[in-house]
Structure formats: structure tokens, C-alpha cells
Design a protein around this ligand. Structure first.
Ligand code: ADP
Ligand code: MG
Length: 269
């Protein structure tokens, strides 16, 4: 039984892919904001020591508690959550200290379950908890997968798009076997799509063959506005709502909500 169930719907989603630069952070920030525009309360947890998600959401405090302190059990999770500039979107920020957590956690017996325990001890009231994972399958990503109900996998429309996917699938299997038997695939989102490259369409077909219905119909285009927004500490919805990038993340949020709704209805009926 998951925390939050008593007060209604909650979905904890790890956004993971051990490849860097595939759009994990961009997806967490902008899908989070897009879900918030559909009247969902959203918490973004930044688990990447590079903390791009935190800075992209305008966070810059040096002295505040972060996901590092939460993982180490030094601060209750909700005490470290701060509002972002986007209404309905909250943030548990990361800091470079997290590099230390990678090492320190390895010494602990329950090292994979630190985030799961922190969520249980201090449950966030949000409808959605999106976890931004670092580009590795190390202990931080494993903590996210052990704490999540599902994983959302961004895949870049590029050469070798599926490279590393079997390793990611093996990690999901390991996490299911050891800690989280119900860990599902929330979906696969194709990112950085460039229609001018014929290769991009081949990649889309290849990924759809591999993941079938798990692939969202929404494909996120390569859109320079998406790359610019974080340097202003803004989501794409604040920076340029008319951009194709903004429209793609709104469409992805709608699709995610429709799928969940269909799922919940099937389960209840
Ligand atoms: P990851 O978190 O997987 O490492 P990021 O989300 O940080 O990937 O994206 C890598 C880089 O590509 C960043 O500079 C980001 O701004 C840019 N980027 C991501 N998605 C897009 C997109 N759809 N169009 C243009 N640039 C993008
Ligand atoms: Mg990232």
C-alpha cells in the first residue's frame, strides 16, 4: 500500500535512463509544470548531484536542506520541500553533496530504501511525485526505482537510441525482485525529435517495436526554447507557452492523465 492512498490518488514516478542528455530533467520540469496546469499538485524530487532540475526551477539557496539531507535521514522529507515559481509545482532540491551520498549510502544496510523510507515517514500530499534521476544506474537511481510506483523512460531520437535499454530493463528486474515487485513502466517518451532527420523516424519505429503500447503518442520535438528556459530558472510554460516544446509537454501531461484515469477506472470497475 502506497503512502497518499488514503487521501486519494498519488503516483510516484521515477524518470530514469542512465544515458545523459536524453531529456530526463527537461521532462521532469516541464511535464511537472504541465501536470500542475491540469490542477494536479506536483512534487519534483531532484536526485541528481548536478541539480540541473533545481536550478532550472529557479532554486539557488546554499544553506537550505536538500534531497541529500533527506536521504541521509537528517531532515523529514516535507521539511525540505520548497515551492517553485510555478503554481502547484513544488521542489525537493538537490545539491552537489549528493555525490557524497552515493558513497555514504553504500555503507548502509537499507541503502536502496532511503528514499522510500523518507517518503513513508513524511508523506507528500501531492498527486504526482516526479523523481529526476542522475545519468547512471547507481544507488541514487536505485533509490528512486525502489520508491516509485512506476518509471517513465525518456529516449532520445538518435543513433543507438535503444543502446543501454536492456541494462535499464535488467535493473528494473533487480529492483522488482529485491524491493518493489509492483514497479511498472509508466511509459516511454521520445524526445529531441528532429523531423528533418530521416533517422529520427527510424528510431521512433524501432522504439515503438520494442516498447509497443508503452510509448506515448506525444513525441517531444527538438525545440531551442526548451533548452533556453532553464537558464532563466523557468519552465517552458512560463518562458514560451506558444513554443512547440510547451505544447508537446502539455500534450504529454494530458496523455499521462488520460491513461491513468483509464487505469484507475478499470481497477475500480
Ligand atoms: P538529461 O537530464 O537526460 O541529462 P536534459 O533534460 O538535461 O537531459 O537535456 C540535455 C540537454 O538537451 C539540455 O541542455 C536540455 O536543455 C536540452 N534539451 C532537452 N530536451 C530538449 C528538446 N526537446 N529540445 C531542445 N533541447 C532539449
Ligand atoms: Mg538530468
Amino acid at each position: 500500500k502506497h503512502q497518499g492512498e488514503d487521501q486519494g490518488f498519488q503516483r510516484v514516478v521515477a524518470v530514469a535512463n542512465q544515458k545523459g542528455g536524453v531529456g530526463k530533467t527537461t521532462t521532469v520540469m516541464n511535464l511537472g509544470a504541465a501536470l500542475a496546469t491540469f490542477e494536479q499538485k506536483v512534487l519534483v524530487i531532484d536526485l541528481d548531484p548536478q541539480s540541473n532540475c533545481s536550478s532550472g526551477l529557479g532554486w539557488s539557496r546554499q544553506d537550505a536542506p536538500t534531497s541529500y539531507h533527506v536521504l541521509e535521514g537528517l531532515v523529514p522529507l516535507m521539511d525540505a520541500v520548497v515551492p517553485s515559481s510555478f503554481p502547484g509545482l513544488d521542489l525537493l532540491p538537490a545539491s552537489p553533496d549528493l555525490v557524497g551520498a552515493e558513497v555514504e549510502l553504500l555503507a548502509q544496510e537499507d541503502r536502496a530504501l532511503c528514499l522510500a523510507q523518507a517518503l513513508k515517514a513524511s508523506p507528500p500530499p501531492h498527486h504526482w511525485v516526479l523523481i529526476d534521476c542522475p545519468p547512471s544506474l547507481g544507488i541514487l537511481t536505485v533509490n528512486a526505482l525502489a520508491a516509485a510506483q512506476s518509471v517513465l523512460i525518456p529516449i532520445q531520437c538518435e543513433y543507438f537510441a535503444l543502446e543501454g535499454v536492456s541494462e535499464l530493463m535488467r535493473t528494473l528486474e533487480r529492483v522488482r525482485a529485491a524491493w518493489n515487485p509492483n514497479l511498472a513502466i509508466e511509459g516511454v517518451v521520445l524526445t529531441l525529435y528532429d523531423e528533418r532527420l530521416s533517422l529520427a523516424n527510424q528510431v521512433v519505429e524501432e522504439v515503438r517495436r520494442f516498447f509497443a503500447d508503452d510509448v506515448f503518442s506525444t513525441v517531444v520535438p527538438r525545440n531551442v526554447r526548451l533548452a533556453e528556459a532553464p537558464s532563466f530558472g523557468r519552465t517552458i510554460l512560463e518562458y514560451d507557452i506558444k513554443s512547440r516544446g510547451a505544447q508537446a509537454y502539455l500534450s504529454l501531461a494530458r496523455e499521462l492523465l488520460e491513461r491513468r484515469l483509464a487505469h484507475e477506472t478499470r481497477r475500480a470497475g
